[in-house]
Design a protein around this ligand. Structure first.
Ligand code: GTP
Ligand code: MG
Length: 427
């Protein structure tokens, strides 16, 4: 068995925007975590008999530690999620396979995908499945076997099967993109429940349409429902099976002034753009024109499989016009990468950046309160000079040291957090 070809994402990949932002915000939270820990240690060392800190205030500081831990866990799990929808047999699973450059998901004639399939990257080189939340690994040797395994499980259509696929086999997985494949929207009932369960956290939606027919009402209805639930979903529309139209008479009959295929293409383009702009109202015309692509997932996958299995070998025999369809698929991938990384940075990191800021200011408030009280106590002590001089001096020294060390620490720490958060926000 030849070693799988390693897919490196070019450093120019737009996905790097997300990857870098994720690293940056995780680093910031590591520092915040360190600062909070310092403060907690510091507070734990304050003598309790000095009235510097109430139990409540101490608890609030401890609570920050839990909060930061919780946020760090969420941040570490964050990924970019793309969900594919469309009528059965339009080629949803084939599109995902083409993007993954391998036959990962079962595809075929008839109603193939029976439940939700989420493909995500995993370290190492072993692919496996988990179903729902049970965490039990089921090994996957081949796609055929995966299809079989899925059938055997007798899953209901809203169940989710997680396909853990080696990150090293696809740069999209390595850069934290997660793919969601779905059963055809024409063969299912509970669309609303689907949307709630699988769509609300998707960064991008891809409608896989069939270029041999026109956009169907079931497809439109689905996206109407999505856009009722989400304020402005990022939608791409793939006019798939474009290769099938290559040999149709109306294409062959193209004249000098009307090149082959452009009539049908223009009609599809107009209708899909009108759907996005006039019906859904989720984008402008200019934007919508860059969201519709005429592709052939099947050809693209064949080509890529051939490239990776035998570099330099003759390309598979593909229908006329393959090159331009292949190019258009790559163009789709580029725009998709740009869109998903931007959207994910915004929806997943913006609020946590704000939270980081508020944690920094909570720290500052807690510490400067402490500082003020220390000074007040010191002033009070100074007026009670009747006590033994030695004791006062020793207390005084302790408080002085406390105040000095706090003052520097407080300001250094909060300044640092605020500076980092400001950088992350791009201020
Ligand atoms: P369900 O899972 O059943 O909802 O279907 P799906 O949308 O996932 O479609 P799938 O990827 O299984 O493809 C259905 C059939 O269409 C398969 O036989 C594919 O090989 C074929 N197919 C997919 N894309 C193309 C394409 O661009 N051109 C052609 N000619 N066939 C395609
Ligand atoms: Mg499918």
């Amino acid at each position: 068995e030849p070693a799988p070809k390693r897919q490196h994402s070019p450093s120019s990949s737009p996905l790097q925007v997300f990857v870098k932002a994720k690293k940056r915000i995780n680093d910031i939270y590591d520092s915040i975590d360190g600062y909070v820990l310092d403060v907690v240690r510091f507070v734990n060392n304050i003598p309790t008999d000095k009235d510097l800190l109430t139990a409540d205030q101490a608890e609030n500081i401890q609570a920050l530690q839990k909060k930061v831990k919780g946020i760090k866990e969420v941040l570490a799990r964050n990924h970019m999620k793309v969900a594919f929808f469309g009528r059965t047999s339009n080629g949803k699973s084939s599109v995902i396979n083409a993007m993954l450059r391998d036959k990962v998901l079962p595809s075929g004639m008839g109603h193939t995908t029976h439940c939700f399939l989420q493909v995500e990257g995993v370290d190492g080189d072993e692919a496996f499945l988990t179903v729902g939340d049970d965490g039990q690994r089921r090994s996957v040797e081949s796609v055929a076997q995966l299809g079989h395994a899925l059938h055997k499980e007798k899953l209901d259509e809203s169940a989710v099967v997680y396909v853990h696929w080696p990150k090293q086999r696809c740069h999209l997985l390595r850069d934290d993109v997660v793919f969601v494949d779905s059963p055809g929207i024409d063969v299912t009932q509970g669309l609303d429940a689907w949307i709630d369960a699988h769509c609300l956290d998707a960064d991008v939606f891809v409608l896989v349409a069939n270029a041999e027919s026109t956009l169907m009402q079931t497809e439109k209805n689905f996206f109407h429902k999505v856009s009722e639930r989400l304020s402005s979903p990022n939608i791409f529309i793939l006019q798939n099976r474009w290769d099938q139209t290559a040999n149709e008479p109306e294409f062959v009959e193209g004249s000098e002034s009307v090149p082959e295929g452009s009539v049908v293409r223009q009609q599809h383009l107009e209708r899909t753009v009108a759907f996005l702009v006039d019906e859904l109202g989720v984008m402008t015309r200019a934007q919508a024109e860059k969201r519709v692509f005429f592709v052939s997932a099947k050809e693209c996958l064949l080509q890529r499989l051939a490239e990776s299995r035998a570099p330099g070998a003759l390309p598979p025999v593909l229908a006329e016009g393959f090159q331009s369809r292949f190019f258009e698929f790559q163009e789709f991938e580029r725009r998709f990468e740009e869109c998903i990384s931007k959207s994910a940075v915004q929806t997943k990191f913006e609020q946590h950046t704000q939270r980081g800021k508020s944690i920094a200011s909570d720290l500052q408030t807690a510490l400067s309160g402490l500082y003020d009280r220390a000074q007040a106590i010191r002033a009070e002590k100074a007026t009670k000079r009747s006590k033994t001089k030695a004791r006062i001096e020793s207390t005084d020294q302790q408080l002085n040291a406390l105040i000095e060390s706090m003052k520097d620490k407080i300001y250094a720490m909060t300044d640092d957090v605020e500076r980092k958060v400001a950088v992350a926000l791009g201020e």
